[in-house]
Design a protein around this ligand. Structure first.
Ligand code: B12
Length: 102
């Protein structure tokens, strides 16, 4: 909602999205940024996997931002994401920064 409010086009893939669906969707829509959210610590390993798969497929051409209750900047650095933020308002700032860097 906040990203859309900042005039960005958002494609919501829903919940429990496997990595290959992200790849398929990136090929279809060519977004500049992929945003991943995890509510539980148990989801964090698949966030790591999805980030690795996106890197393998698209290299540095796609920015990955992550967030959600259990996520930290340290985890973001560990999995090689391009950025983390702790709330929806700063997620917009982060997305704008990543778009400028793209
Ligand atoms: C509501 C809630 C539930 C509801 C969920 C209802 C629903 N349909 O969504 C119900 C009651 C179902 C539930 C169940 C469970 N819950 Co619960 N739940 C919560 C609670 C209280 C709030 C979560 C929430 O919606 N917050 C509001 C949203 C908007 O905040 P948010 O997700 O953090 O998102 C913000 C930021 O993180 C950020 N952000 C989010 N995503 C992204 C993405 C990007 C890219 C960026 C940049 C930023 C960003 O922006 C958002 C806005 O500021 C949290 C505690 C908490 N305070 O977080 C526990 C919590 C998440 N639950 C927890 C647990 C353990 C569970 C259960 C496993 C309990 C059980 N044993 O059954 C189940 C799991 C259910 C499941 N399969 O997912 C734990 C998780 C701990 C852990 N180690 O993972 C928490 C942290 C509570 C705790 N301290 O123990 N839960």
């Amino acid at each position: 909602m906040m990203l859309r409010g900042a005039d960005m086009d958002v494609i919501d893939l829903g919940v429990n999205v496997p990595a290959d669906k992200f790849v398929e969707s990136v090929k279809q829509h060519s977004p500049q940024v992929v945003a991943l959210s995890a509510l539980l610590t148990t989801t964090m390993p698949s966030m790591k996997n999805t980030t690795h798969v996106l890197r393998k497929e698209f290299g540095g051409n796609i920015k990955v931002m992550i967030g959600g209750a259990p996520i930290t900047q340290q985890f973001s650095d560990e999995i090689g994401a391009d950025g983390y933020s702790s709330d929806a308002a700063s997620a917009v700032d982060l997305a704008l920064r990543l778009l400028k860097a793209a």
